[in-house]
Design a protein around this ligand. Structure first.
Ligand code: ADP
Ligand code: ZN
Ligand code: ZN
Length: 734
């Protein structure tokens, strides 16, 4: 009998455990953090990562299988990153194998070597275009199709794209290349460094102090960089990164989904004499592997990415920046439900480096961390180059009747802008023409068959659409309830506002910016370009307008329906409203043209508006934090939400009641369990949903309880009849 030790491997399976294997025969034991290919199940092979090496297994030796192949001679994931991933699996109560899989590019999960530094791009040659035009490839359809695709792709195509056209692409491309019809080009996945880096503007005192404080941090320190849009936060990031690069270390910059624009990447690239790796969900598998590898080998001093980039390996990480740290896209809403912002802070603590969370409207959790002394606040008080914050005023809708969401006061304000050749921006977080289609005889409202929701009337497509499940319906002309014919659109969305503007101001050029109007590729950029070029007078849009883009010629911001946020089912609704209004307002105006913000509301007395009018973030935070404390919500308590859903009505609640009873038997000290309740929208896409909230003032108490509870849940027979999941620190309560 050999003295083999046992490798404990994390595999991408929905099980909260590691799997024991014997090391491969005749080669050295794989290192911790290296990938291995192992037999898994009767016929399958799987790629996993060795997490532990133990002297023996709890399983009898005869039942242990051998690792088939060691894929990495050295650890693929550095030790500190592995320990971060293990922490994340524990904290979010998600199977560690799936957590590690989420951190690896697809190609590495499939067993590819971590070295594909170049991406090959193929392009059609002029001889190839001629051959295609002459029909010379008629008898070799695979080659013809590939060449035709290359003809239509001006930048050429990579392996992934060609593979999608023909399964035998590699052979066919080789032949095309031999015929001189296509040419291969290596492409570096990094953004080239700037040969002639741009100088920063002369910084103000607050900016310089902020950069000095961050650069002086010795070891872990959380910073909250708080400053309105345009106050120069990005300049602070750039300055802090410069200091990190000067010390030969790397910087990781996280940005929200919508914030990762070519403009932002360009701004970073222009500033540094260092290449940049960009990681986001739109990359091909090869591009992702390439950028990931460059980060890991230290060849990309700066790594910019969205949510999952928080798990990118960096050889010598010296700083993490989280821009717009309050943004909801940092929270993954399915599967492994982590918060990239929170993981970033945890990663910085492990790496003993500073982390900068930047925002104009910090999350209350982050502000609370400042007040508790956990983070240091760095404030940028001035708006560089701008004339302070716009004047905020309320329009009382009880006194002003609005037509299609536009009050007379707002209409007059828009008219004044048009006369002065200035732009207006109208914000309404509701796309489509109208949120309901109603019978004026009996009050019937067209419902979605699959959701507890009303259908939205889309006039452009002449359809009723469900914004929750995507269902489509023809528009009924007669009422199914009373056969009446007085059916009309009720309420207003962006389409209707656009139409109303056309009636009020037939000469004005309106640009609508929402998910519907920007579906085509490049459309959003085109609309933003038109706005900047002065080719639009009025912008109407949803929250897409509140993020990422500045509109210096906008001097009027109208918030059409602020009340949506006041009394929402979610305890975070007021916080989001405040953030959104402040964000939109912050996009407008500049030094010589101060902006004005008009907020239409039925509840002008709500304290949130008084704080908005004073631009008083801290005042709002005092009010909102007091409310949270009273209700026992974060940051004063920690939450975990157990969700369940099933096509059978009752099954989800049935499971949660059993889960509740199991929890009661565990007698968790200091944990409050709420009663299971139907979700605020109980039926969605044909499934009935319910939820159960667990709450505790003590994080350790909650997590200790969750460990024991999950074990029980997995064994419950009711669990097999529903789809369920646990959300730790949920951001949305539905
Ligand atoms: P934020 O990230 O807070 O929105 P930015 O750093 O993007 O702010 O700054 C907004 C604009 O002001 C940018 O064009 C930037 O180059 C410029 N800017 C920033 N700081 C200064 C400064 N101290 N002096 C002059 N211009 C500045
Ligand atoms: Zn009716
Ligand atoms: Zn629906």
């Amino acid at each position: 009998m050999s003295a083999d030790r046992v490798c404990r491997v994390a595999l991408p399976a929905p099980l909260h455990q590691l799997f024991d294997y014997l090391p491969p025969a005749d080669v050295a034991e794989p290192a911790i953090g290296a990938r291995v290919r192992v037999p898994f199940g009767p016929r399958r092979q799987a790629v996993g990562v060795v997490l532990e090496i133990a002297e023996k297994s709890l399983l009898p030796r005869a039942r242990l299988k051998r690792i088939g192949e060691a894929l990495d001679a050295a650890p693929l994931l550095p030790e500190k990153l592995l320990s971060l991933l293990r922490w994340a699996a524990d904290y979010y109560h998600h199977p560690v194998g799936e957590v590690i899989a989420a951190a690896l590019p697809t190609l590495l999960r499939q067993g590819r070597a971590p070295e594909a530094a170049h991406v090959t791009v193929w392009r059609a040659t002029s001889a190839g275009l001629q051959a295609l035009a002459d029909g010379r490839l008629a008898r070799v359809p695979a080659r013809r199709r590939l060449l035709a695709a290359l003809r239509d792709a001006s930048d050429g195509l990579e392996a992934d794209a060609l593979g999608a056209i023909s399964a035998r692409w590699s052979e066919a491309i080789k032949k095309l290349q031999a015929e001189g019809y296509v040419s291969a080009h290596p492409r570096d996945c990094l953004r080239a460094p700037s040969a002639d880096p741009q100088m920063p503007p002369p910084l103000n005192t607050a900016q310089r102090d902020a950069i000095t404080s961050i650069a002086a941090a010795d070891g872990f320190q959380g910073f909250l960089l708080h400053g309105v849009t345009g106050s120069g936060k990005t300049e602070v990031y750039l300055g802090a990164i410069e200091a990190v690069l000067a010390r030969g270390r790397q910087a990781l910059v996280l940005v929200p989904e919508i914030g990762l624009t070519p403009q932002l990447v360009g701004r970073f690239a222009r500033r540094f004499r260092a290449p940049l790796a960009v990681l986001h969900s739109g990359l091909t598998d090869t591009e992702r592997l390439c950028a990931w590898t460059m980060a890991r080998e230290g060849k990309a001093p700066i790594v910019i990415g969205t949510r999952s980039a928080v798990f990118a390996p960096l050889k010598n990480i010296g700083l993490i920046v989280v821009d717009e740290e309050h943004d909801g896209s940092y929270k993954q809403q399915e599967g492994f439900r982590y918060s990239a912002r929170d993981v970033a802070v945890m990663r910085a603590a492990r790496e003993k480096i500073p982390v900068v969370l930047g925002s104009a409207t910090p999350a209350l959790e982050s502000l609370y961390n400042v007040r508790q002394g956990n983070y240091r606040e760095l404030t940028l008080p001035e708006r560089t180059g701008a004339a302070g914050f716009p004047l905020v005023q309320l329009v009382d809708l009880r006194r002003q009747k609005a037509h299609d969401s536009l009050s007379p006061r707002l209409v007059e304000a828009i008219r004044a802008r048009l006369e002065r050749g200035e732009q207006s921006l109208l914000f309404l977080n509701r796309r489509g023409f109208a949120p309901a289609w109603m019978c004026h005889d009996c009050g019937w409202v067209a419902p979605c068959q699959r959701c507890d929701a009303r259908l939205t009337f889309h006039q452009l497509h002449k359809k009723l659409l469900c914004h929750h499940c995507g269902a489509e319906q023809a528009i009924p002309e007669t009422c199914p309830a009373c056969a009446g014919t007085e059916l009309r659109a009720l309420g207003a969305g962006t389409e209707r506002v656009e139409q109303a503007l056309a009636k009020f101001f037939p000469m004005a050029r309106t640009e609508r910016i929402d998910r519907d109007s920007t579906r085509a590729k490049g459309m959003l950029e085109e609309k933003i370009r038109r706005a900047h070029a002065g080719e639009a007078d009025i912008l109407v849009g949803t929250q897409m307008l509140s993020k990422g883009h500045d509109f210096p010629n906008v001097t009027l911001v109208g918030v059409l329906d602020a009340d949506q946020g006041l009394y929402g089912a979610d305890f975070r609704a007021p916080e989001r409203l405040f953030q959104q209004v402040l964000q939109v307002a912050g996009r407008a105006g500049r030094a010589d043209k101060p902006g004005e913000v008009l907020i239409q509301t039925w509840h002008p007395e709500h304290p949130i508006f008084a704080a908005l009018a004073r631009h008083d973030f801290n005042g709002f935070a005092d009010y909102a934090l007091a409310e949270r404390q009273e209700a026992g919500y974060p940051p004063y308590a920690h939450l975990a939400l157990l969700r369940a859903e099933s096509p059978n009505s009752g099954a989800a609640l049935h499971f949660l009641r059993a889960a509740h009873a199991a929890a009661a038997r565990l007698k968790a000290e200091g944990v409050t369990l709420h009663d299971p309740v139907p979700a605020p929208m109980e039926k969605r896409a044909g499934r009935y949903r319910a939820q159960l909230l667990a709450q505790s003032a003590k994080r350790a108490a909650l997590h200790g309880f969750l460990d024991r509870w999950l074990e029980k849940l997995a064994a419950m027979p009711q669990a097999r009849r529903v789809r369920w999941s646990l959300d730790v620190d949920p951001q949305d309560m539905y």
